[in-house]
Design a protein around this ligand. Structure first.
Ligand code: FES
Length: 173
């Protein structure tokens, strides 16, 4: 627990440094909030609460305005992600090609017991996997699609998903 708190505090400090650099780069440009949030999430994996007042001050916004944008966009996380993040596309084209059955399979294979809703990931009890529904990954012509960590995968069947996860798990040992 203490280790987790230390990890969170290190992430918070790192995020504050990243936010300071992003603010210096973006504060005078139009529409700076989203690029700043993207930079923080890319560098830290999520947007720790510590940076919200810092961003609000830097952009002359209220904390509520910054919170509002973070919670509006499902892409932004406010908690550290699991070791592997799996985003399954559930938009129209993928649905027509079996995305619902694939999604159920992904939940079962990763041990994520609850359905996730947009913006709320489902995590496995061991912290290894996090499954998030997303709505279009830009691979509609090669549905169904999903993303594992930062890698996109097209025309995924349950069997192909299993081999991807096996490769991931073997690579870890
Ligand atoms: S609908 Fe799934 S990638 Fe576009």
């Amino acid at each position: 627990m203490q280790e987790t708190q230390q990890g969170a505090s290190r992430a918070g400090e790192h995020a504050e440094d990243v936010a300071a650099q992003a603010l210096a780069r973006w504060a005078d440009r139009p529409g700076p909030l989203l690029p700043i949030l993207h930079e923080i999430q890319e560098a830290v994996g999520y947007i720790p609460g510590e940076v919200v007042p810092q961003i609000a001050r830097g952009l002359n916004l209220s904390r509520a305005e910054v919170h509002g944008v973070i919670s509006y966009y499902h892409h932004f996380r406010t908690q550290a992600p699991a070791r592997h993040v799996i985003q399954v596309c559930r938009a129209e084209s993928c649905q027509a090609m079996g995305a619902e059955a694939l999604y159920e399979h992904v939940l079962q294979r990763t041990g994520c017991t609850q359905h996730a809703t947009a913006g709320h990931a489902c995590r496995s009890a061991d912290g290894a996997y996090q499954v998030e529904p997303v709505y279009c990954l830009g691979l509609c012509a090669a549905s169904p699609a999903l993303m594992i960590d930062q890698s996109l995968h097209a025309r995924i069947s349950p069997a192909r998903f299993d081999s991807l996860v096996e490769a991931l798990e073997e690579g870890k040992r």
